[in-house]
Design a protein around this ligand. Structure first.
Ligand SMILES: [Zn+2]
Length: 510
């Protein structure tokens, strides 16, 4: 008995060592069950509360995330509608302006036939102004269209246009040896143009013109003027170099190697920088462009009143050396950007009809919309997403010559009323669509950072494009690209059409 009791005592000692684990096991094992109903139910209900809280938090997150997703989609829809409406409004005014300039060309002929020299001067002056006031009205109409579609004023784009108005007022009005450095299309043009820009900007810019060609900017065609170059550097997209700038990684040594920036290619300031319509004045007697009977027909078709070929010949109309408004052949080229075999290899289903196959006037606009996010913790604290949408539209029309439809500029480049409608066009097929002239960081980089970089190399900067240049300048960075391409360049394919890179925008911020 004694021995047994000892053994039991020993076992008991072994069983009930006071380690926390054993205490836990003991409390859970049925043999050591000591009924304490109130504390058990507290533990269980505590676990349930924790579980419910977790489930509830997850549910709240899912709900908030859904709300955010819905808001972003809704805002993107709004941005798209606003961008499309703004581009269409601008293109409509471009078309209307072209028609007006065309009608004035014909009225000019009539004024000559009726020997009204004061009217002739007024008409030519009005045409020169229309090349600016038309596009400015287009810009204004685009703002209204965007604002009517719930897009608010963007402070950056507004300040960009205000700054540009100041540049026009000061720099464009500069005289050099008594001559205007930027020849004015009419006396006082730059001050009036600056006034118009300021007036529009004072209401706030909601739809930024994105294919603007500023007179002072270098013309495009330099790698440093291509946004894609910077994006390729930022994302180490070596295939971009293989496909678009083959050999650059190998041949480049330092910033001294870049070719100089091209000069601005404008010597002709007759066309607006913003939403330009690609016209310029041309001085000659009208008989070099049309016969008297052609003119008689054109004037009748435009419903501008009866005039006979005989009257036109008898008056000085055919011989007088006059200023006419004509399509600038530099702008009104074939519409190569949309052709399947063209530069952009755009995926369209068939050839563009001959009467619509022209580049020239088109409007590209950019809108920004912000979405305030409700889900916490997914960002760096900004709680706001920026939605960017860019749209392009173009006025279309044709001349009806003997029941055959022809391009609007087919009559000796002479502007005639020909535009009938507007259409949205794919952004990548719009002219000047790489300018990104409403992307304020990009505009600042082109205007202020490129020339200093070419002179002294990269400097520390808050500008993302300058930071990309600093990365690019590092030899080891380029070496990584060279090595990668040696192994994998076969994987670099020209993107085929129809994917996400086309159709809705792509390289323009979508
Ligand atoms: Zn920069």
């Amino acid at each position: 008995m004694k021995r047994e009791g000892k053994r039991l005592k020993a076992e008991g000692k072994r069983t009930w060592t006071n380690t926390p684990l054993n205490l836990f096991i003991a409390s859970c094992s049925p043999s050591s069950f000591i009924p304490h109903p109130p504390s058990l139910s507290r533990a269980r209900s505590g676990q349930a509360v924790v579980f419910l809280l977790l489930a509830f938090t997850a549910l709240v997150f899912v709900l908030l995330f859904n709300v955010d997703l819905h808001r972003i989609i809704q805002r993107k829809d709004q941005a798209q509608n606003a961008g499309d409406a703004a581009a269409l409004a601008a293109a409509r005014w471009q078309g209307a302006t072209l028609n007006l300039v065309g009608e004035l060309n014909l009225m000019h002929v009539l004024a000559l036939a009726t020997q009204a020299p004061a009217a002739v001067d007024a008409i030519t002056n009005m045409q020169a102004r229309l090349c600016f006031t038309g596009p400015m009205t287009a810009l204004f109409a685009a703002q209204i269209a965007a604002k009517n579609n719930h897009i608010y004023v963007d402070p950056d784009m507004t300040s960009l246009l205000t700054e540009h108005a100041a540049t026009v007022r000061t720099e464009y009005n500069t005289r050099f040896n008594g001559e205007m450095y930027f020849a004015e299309p009419w006396v006082g043009a730059w001050s009036e143009y600056a006034d118009m820009l300021e007036l529009i900007a004072s209401d706030g810019i909601a739809a930024g013109p994105d294919n603007t060609q500023f007179y002072l900017d270098p013309s495009t065609g330099h790698p440093l003027m291509e946004k894609a170059f910077y994006e390729a550097v930022e994302s180490s997209n070596w295939c971009w170099f293989y496909l678009h700038a083959r050999g650059l990684l190998e041949s480049y040594d330092s910033y001294h190697d870049w070719p100089p920036l091209p000069d601005p290619d404008t010597t002709d300031y007759a066309d607006s920088e913003i939403f330009g319509i690609g016209l310029h004045p041309y001085t000659s007697p009208i008989k070099q462009l049309f016969s008297a009977s052609d003119l008689e027909k054109l004037i009748q078709e435009a419903d501008l009143g009866p005039v006979s070929a005989a009257t036109l010949t008898a008056s000085n109309a055919m011989d007088s050396v006059e200023t006419w408004y004509v399509y600038n052949t530099k702008d009104w080229t074939a519409w190569d950007l949309i052709k399947p075999d063209g530069e952009g290899s755009f995926p369209i289903t068939g050839p563009v009809r001959a009467e619509y196959d022209y580049a020239g006037a088109d409007a590209v606009v950019r809108v920004y919309a912000s979405v305030d996010r409700m889900t916490p913790g997914l960002d760096g604290g900004s709680r706001s997403d920026k939605v960017i949408w860019t749209s392009a539209a173009k006025p279309f029309g044709y001349l009806d010559t003997d029941n055959k439809k022809e391009r609007p500029d087919s009559a000796a480049d002479f502007v005639l009323p020909a535009f009938r409608n507007v259409r949205l066009i794919p952004i990548d097929s719009a002219s000047g669509s790489d300018n990104n002239s409403s992307d304020i960081d990009w505009v600042r980089h082109i205007k202020s950072h490129l020339r200093p970089y070419l002179d002294v190399g990269p400097k520390p900067s808050g500008c993302r494009y300058c930071r990309a240049l600093a990365t690019w300048e590092v030899r080891a960075f380029r070496k990584v690209g060279i090595d990668w391409l040696e192994l994998y360049c076969d994987n670099c394919n020209v993107p085929s059409g129809g994917g996400g890179q086309r159709g809705g925008g792509s390289r323009r911020g979508h």
